[in-house]
Write a protein that binds this ligand. Sequence first.
Ligand SMILES: [Zn+2]
Ligand SMILES: [Zn+2]
Length: 736
Amino acid sequence: MKINNFLFIIYFQLAISFAADFYGSKPFYQIMETNYTTAWTPAEIDPVNRDYIVILDGSNSSYVSIHENDIFTLTVHNSTALTSGQGTYGDALRSMFQLQDLYIEELGTESLSNRYTLRPVLGSYYAIDANADVNSSTASGLVVRDIKSTYVTDQSIVAYLIFEVIHSGNTTVLKASSRYTFNSTSSEFEIDNSWSSNHWLHINSDNLELTTNESDATDLMLADASDLINILNVPSSEFNAAGIDWQTNTFAAFPTNPNTGEEATGGVETSQLYDQVINQTDTYYHQQFYHSATASQAAADFLDVIETTLLSEGESLRYDKSLYLAIRENMLSRKTVAVDEVNCVIDTPLVAHVYFTNAKDDNGEYHPFMVVATHNGSGGPNFLIDVARPPGDGSSGSYDQQSVTRNAVLAPVLCKIPLKDYGLVNNVTDNDMSPYGSLAEDAGVSQDQYNVYNYAALAANGIAIDGVKIYPAMNNTLVFAQMNAEITSTGIHVGRGMGLHYHADGHAYSGNGINLYNLHDYPGHSHPPIIGFSLDGLALYGRHESSYSNMDGYNVALDEFGSHDHDDYGHHYHAFSETVTNSWQNNEYTFEEHFFLVGAYKGSINNIPGFQESNTAQLVNQELGKYVGASGTYVSVQSHVGIPKDFSLQNNYPNPFNPTTSLRYDLPENSMVNVTIYDMLGRQIKTLVNQDQIAGYKSVVWDATNDYGKPVSAGIYLYQIRVGNYIQTKKMVLLK
Ligand SMILES: [Zn+2]
Ligand SMILES: [Zn+2]
């Protein structure tokens, strides 16, 4: 059969020509283990609210750290590794604490107290407390406690210490002058009146202790941690181009689950992505679930089936299978390292499942997807407290009357990445966004003003490789989130729905080695790392770095969408930066915008079913459920089910085409079948089928060659089926 020749040619070409470098960026747990080679000279600061510090003894020989394997335990380490640049990123991050003012969450009504909780950078929802019962007057030990997810925690004690920084002469001490404990009846923290104010920090060789003897208080060096790893996002920098000060609005109410509107309950291990999603999906897909060698093999095998099915329809995957398998492995290997989403649990997967589906629409077209079942968490610290002007909570009133969102919560997402090559657009408006809405439409921008920034999704338009959603560079008031001081130094923030998402490329902003992707990902590779996927199916790679100018595609310019095509990579996006001018509150600002996704789609989206849908409710949606593998929707892709009732010749797909198209027809009974191609003058070009066939749904591919195997010229062709007395003829267009 001709189809076999055609498939052979395709496979042969892939086998001999494919040479692209697909690899994901380092997951956060690997960053923690990566050597941190920058030497550090501790510099003392007199800290204020939100400053990051490293707590050293006065001679700089040791520092306080959370324990390598237990975020709830504090230890003391020798400083040499940190100061000489022989430690790891983990060593550095475990040594960093943030001072948060006692009244930080309600500054709208209170002024600063200059008394602080001490929060580990790797656990901003945790704080240092005395290792003592509630209503104790004293303690010598210290511990780290969860003080935020109070309804999730299984801790019996929820409490924290308040510290004052006291300088006298040349000495600096930290005094634990008060303690707050959680009243579960009122759901409020209340001062613990039993606590004696006479407690000072004392470093005793490798232990951190409290002493009630002031003369035993250790003379400390509170060093500026931003000299160690700079995570700050300061006014008038590129991520706060409008120079906006940190807003003193009260924090929005405790995070709720955006899917249920209720407070997030339980840790990720009880997430919907496990029991509920597994119950609602077809058992056929379960072999690809979780992260194991057998699941990876099942996913690879099914991707082979999808590729074969598409080829038999004259269609193709957008990229080589190895790209999808590489991103699948990387996503599944990511786990929670920091506690910076309320309901997260250390050392659990960020992405639960990545599986491939291959459902057909009502017209018989296949729409295969890579489904990413993710908790939408970054795994590392988010620095949400530091955002100068975070989104308001959406309550009525002007911004200064609103509470602002500074808390993140993990929530289930089912993100669908189309695998089929749906083609590309030339102009932004070639994509029909009317079913979904766009930033431009929402803001009342006229159609002649549509551009790659505003003709963009109101919702997420991509997924990062850590499983966190990516939004367009502009927010829904058509200003760059970056200019408006809405995002952290990692390019992330929380919207009103409390879900994390990226708006910009933190790697390009801070280059501090702890972003979604970093320079230490690049060595030994020939193209930047994969850092995500756009919902149009195009892959997103890190930016080209001048220090790796020999990488593939370095000299191939990006178009206005931030995309290009070179070597064997197929058409794809890169993060990049560009000088932009944008106005806010009647002022214009010109700055370097660090794009992840510009906003507008370069890939054609018009035929993608369930486009931009990312909630778990897709599983119970009558139309869309099959694309995320809903229970009972899997049908074998090798053969169509059942016998058609009538003879029928379907429209070829694609049409117009170049160089292959698929012709489909329905045979209600076993018959002698002839399918022949003619040109417009009625000359016979090619006999595609001339044989007895059994009843069923049939298809045959024409590769635009004649009976002698020679390519035919561009133009209109006719295809005709003859089965007994049934004759049907249709037109198709070959473009070159
Ligand atoms: Zn946003
Ligand atoms: Zn490239």
